[in-house]
Structure formats: structure tokens, C-alpha cells
Design a protein around this ligand. Sequence first.
Ligand SMILES: NC(=O)c1ccc[n+]([C@@H]2O[C@H](COP(=O)([O-])OP(=O)(O)OC[C@H]3O[C@@H](n4cnc5c(N)ncnc54)[C@H](O)[C@@H]3O)[C@@H](O)[C@H]2O)c1
Length: 356
Amino acid sequence: MTSVRSIATESAIPEPIIVPPFAVISGAQVQRALQGREKQIVELVEAAYRLHGAGDSVNPPSYFLRFPDRPSARIIALPASIGGQVRVDGLKWISSFPENVTAGIPRASAVLILNDHDTGYPFACLESSIISATRTAASAASAADRLSRGRRRPTRVGFFGAGLIARYIHTFLDATGWSFDEIGVHDLSADNAAGFRGYLERSGTAGRITVHDGAEQLIRSSDLVVFATVAGQPHVRDLSWFEHDPLVLHVSLRDLAPEILLASANIVDDIEHCLKAGTSAHLAEQLAGNRDFVHGTLDDVMAGRVTVPADRPLVFSPFGLGVLDLAVGKYVYDEVARSGELHVVDGFFHELSRYG
Ligand SMILES: NC(=O)c1ccc[n+]([C@@H]2O[C@H](COP(=O)([O-])OP(=O)(O)OC[C@H]3O[C@@H](n4cnc5c(N)ncnc54)[C@H](O)[C@@H]3O)[C@@H](O)[C@H]2O)c1
């Protein structure tokens, strides 16, 4: 570590302040740190929701960088700060280029920068598509558990959109004690549906797997519906498909017509965040002229402040909070550091003496 300066306040003994070493953590290291620890990660994500709910976080709106020449693409910046034991600041910078998938590479790519609480210095850059998928799946698994406690526990799951996020969510459901009699899959691409089916079969999951050609069949035959498409506009509009009151994890946020949300119970991760950026919840607010259709947050449910009605569909819309990326990212950093495998870039910060 390089000692930069020490500061003295009038009353306190001077504390040495140091520039932390800067490390780069690869996707392989991230994966090793997270694999097989799904239950622990769900607990960690729930703890981050609690800290956020208690106000021990800063999580400003995400910034969406879009391009006139590439209208389907975007890069999102999620700056955040989390307190508690995690106590770290940072930024997730995540690209979504949906056309990548046809070229055989994942849609999303990302890095996460962690900043030191005391000096503000960045101390790590982590591959973050895995962290992002992991925290999203952990949040979905938590919601599936917490939100099904007051209603019949689902036995038939349906994956609407069968990409990487759907795979991670299935892995997390499986690892946190869910088993299903029926697993439905629906995707606009027959190849992607078949790829996901192949993954399910290889995973050794129990339950009969059915690929549905139609959206209606998938929804009607599932009591837990996971939306993980890349739809930019609502394309599911028929409320009668939901008359069996399923629990819906609306992870892709823009699939459902606002009328469906207005007829459902709604839980979000953060109300301010979720009612933005053209999400179905945002459209529902515009249609209703108020936010009364939102029952509360997942943290409200965990704390018992909100009880969710069981007599209608229940939709969980997680906008995706930067504080979750920080919590999972810091966990990965600590694990890699503990194993002695941090790749430190010596001398990354070079101009450290004010007057040379
Ligand atoms: N809320 C969050 O915190 C959060 C976090 C990460 C990702 N996401 C969202 O999850 C979604 C899925 O991400 P991914 O990495 O799995 O993407 P992906 O491109 O790997 O998979 C998306 C799949 O959806 C299918 N699809 C697209 N439109 C469809 C439609 N109308 N009906 C049926 N299938 C359709 C595609 O063919 C593809 O197989 C994205 O929208 C992403 O923004 C949300």
C-alpha cells in the first residue's frame, strides 16, 4: 500500500490515510467466489434490501446512455453507496446490446467499480455480468419465497424469455429449495427455447418440461411466471390469462400491459426507481394518475409492514438496484482477497504527491 498523506482534525489523533491497491477481478474469479453459495447470496441480497429500506444507502436514478444509430442498445450507469458492514461506494456500468445474441455472445456485459469509503479511491474493477445476473436471480428467488408465503406455494413455473437471466433464476430457485412438477418455457426464438430446455435437462431438475409455442398457454399453465425477455413495450395484454392469480416475477419490467398491473397486487424493490424509464409500473402510474396500485417493497413484506392480498395476481417488479451489485461485488472482492488471489495492478495510481 502507498501512504499518501495523513489528516488531523483539531480534536482527534491523526489517522493515516492510505491509497488502497487497485485490483482487477476476472469473470472466472467472480464465478468461483459465487458458485454453490446461492443461499448465502440470497441472504446477502435481502440484507442489502434491509439496509436500503432503512435509509443506509444512496442509490440515485440509473443513467441510461442510448444511441440514435443503435436504437436497441443501451449502456446503464448505476452509481450507489451502501452502509452497514458492507460500507462501500461504487458504480456498475452495464451494456445491453440485444443483437449480440445472434452473433452467439451474451447480450449484456458489465464492469463494477468499487470505491474505498475513506479515500474515494477505486480499489477494484470486477467483471460484473455474473454479479449482475447473480444479484438479479437472488432477488427473484427471495421474492418467490417471501411473496408466496401468504398464498399457495407454486408448483408449476413458467419461464417467459429463456436467456441467461432465466437460467440464473432457475439455478437460484433450484438451489434455494424449490422443486416444480411442471416447468414451462416460452421464447420467441425456438432455438433459445431449445437451448434453455437443454440446460434444464442437463441440470437434472425434476419436473416435466414443456416448451409452449404460445404466451397464453405458458401463463395459464404456470402459477409462478418469470418474465425475462428483452421486450421494450408491453406485449401481454389479456388479463383473463391471469385469472388463476399467479405470482409473477416481472424481471424484464416492460412485458405486461399497465391494465394487468392495475388489476394485480404489486410489489417492487424501490418505488421511485421502478416507476421510471417506461416500465409497465411507470405506464400504470401514468394510466391511473396515482401510485395506489403499488402495495409496497419487498423490504416492507420481509419486515411484515405490508401483507399482500392473495385474491388477485401478484406482480414483483424489481428495477434492479446498484446497492445489490455493491453488496455482491464486495462479497466477491473479500472472498478473492481471502484466498490470496487478488491481481493487484502495481502503481495504478501514479500521481500521488501533490507538488511532484
Ligand atoms: N430487473 C433487473 O434487475 C434486471 C437485471 C438484469 C437483467 N434484467 C432484464 O432481464 C432481461 C433478460 O436478460 P437476458 O440477459 O436473459 O437476455 P437474453 O437476451 O439472454 O434473453 C432474452 C430472451 O428473451 C427472448 N425474448 C425476447 N422478446 C421476447 C418476447 N416478446 N416473448 C418471448 N421471448 C422473448 C429472446 O429470444 C431471448 O431468448 C432483460 O430485459 C434485462 O434487461 C433485469
